[in-house]
Design a protein around this ligand. Sequence first.
Ligand SMILES: C[S@@+](CC[C@H](N)C(=O)[O-])C[C@H]1O[C@@H](n2cnc3c(N)ncnc32)[C@H](O)[C@@H]1O
Length: 287
Amino acid sequence: MREFAKYLVELSCDELSVPSYASGLKDYNYFANEYGYSDPSGYDSVRSFVERYFVGYQLGRLEYYLPILKSAIPQNSKILSLASGRPVVEALMSELGYDVTCSDLEVFREFEKVKNLFPHLEYRKLDVVVDEIPAGYTTILALGLLYLFDEATLRQFFRKVAEGVAHGGLVVVDSAISPDTMTSYLIHDILLRSEAHLKKVYYQLQGQKAAVRKVSYGFRKRHSEIIQIANEVGLAHFKTFSTGVSIELNRSYILRTLMRTIPGMSSLLKLMAHDAPFVNVYAFRKL
Ligand SMILES: C[S@@+](CC[C@H](N)C(=O)[O-])C[C@H]1O[C@@H](n2cnc3c(N)ncnc32)[C@H](O)[C@@H]1O
C-alpha cells in the first residue's frame, strides 16, 4: 500500500504546508467542493445529465463502469451503492431496470433533481466506516471509494459489507486509482511530481510566485492486498475488471504530448503501462 498524492502547482505562493487531510478519510464538504456536488447545471433532461456528468466526465472514467457492471451484476439484484456522490452510473443502471438505492455521508444535495429524471432511484444517508450496512441487499456496490482507505479502514469496510450483504450476494467495488505497481509509481510519484516542479520553475522564470502543493488523496493498493483482505472476511473473489490505462497516461503533460505527436506512441505506452489501469472493479461473492 502506498500513499496516493497529487502535486498541484499553486500561483502567488512561496511556501505551502501539506494540507491537514493526512489520511484518506475526509468530511462530506471536502468531497462536495472537490467534485462540484452543488453544481445546479445538467438536470434539465436525461440527455443533458448524461452529457454533463457522464460522457467524458473526469477523463471519461464513468463510461468504463457501465458495461462492467452490466456484465457482473444480475438484472434482478437489489443493489445498495455506497459512496454514490452524484449518482450518475447508478442513475443509468436504474434506467436499465436495476433496483438501486444510493448512499453517501449525506444525501446528495441535488438528489431531487436527479430523481425527477430517474424516478426509481433512491438515496439514503450512510457512513460506511461508522454505520452498519442495512440488511436486504443482494449486491453492495462502491465506485470511487477504496482509494480513500488505509489498511485498517479497508479491513473494517470489508468486514461490514461482508456482514451486511445477503449470502450468495455480490460485493462489487472499484479502487478508482491504478494499483500499486512499478508503473503507477513511475507515473504518479516520479513523472507527475517532476512535471509539477518543472511547471513551478517555468512560472518562476516568468517572474511569478509559485509553489508545489502535495495533496494527499488516499492509498494505492496492490490487487493482491485488496483481494486477500476481502477473502479473510468470507468474500470470494471471482473477477477483476481492469481498464482505463489511458486515463493514467493522460494525466502527464509529457506523455500526452508524446501520444499526440508520435504515431504509434499511444499504443506503445498503453502496452508498457498495462499494469497501471485507472479503473479496477473487483467482484466478490459472499460465501
Ligand atoms: C470520489 S467520490 C466518488 C463518487 C462516485 N461514487 C463516483 O464514483 O464518482 C467519493 C465519495 O465517497 C464518499 N465517502 C467518503 N467517505 C465515506 C464514508 N465513510 N461513508 C460513505 N461515503 C463516503 C464521499 O462523500 C464521496 O461522495
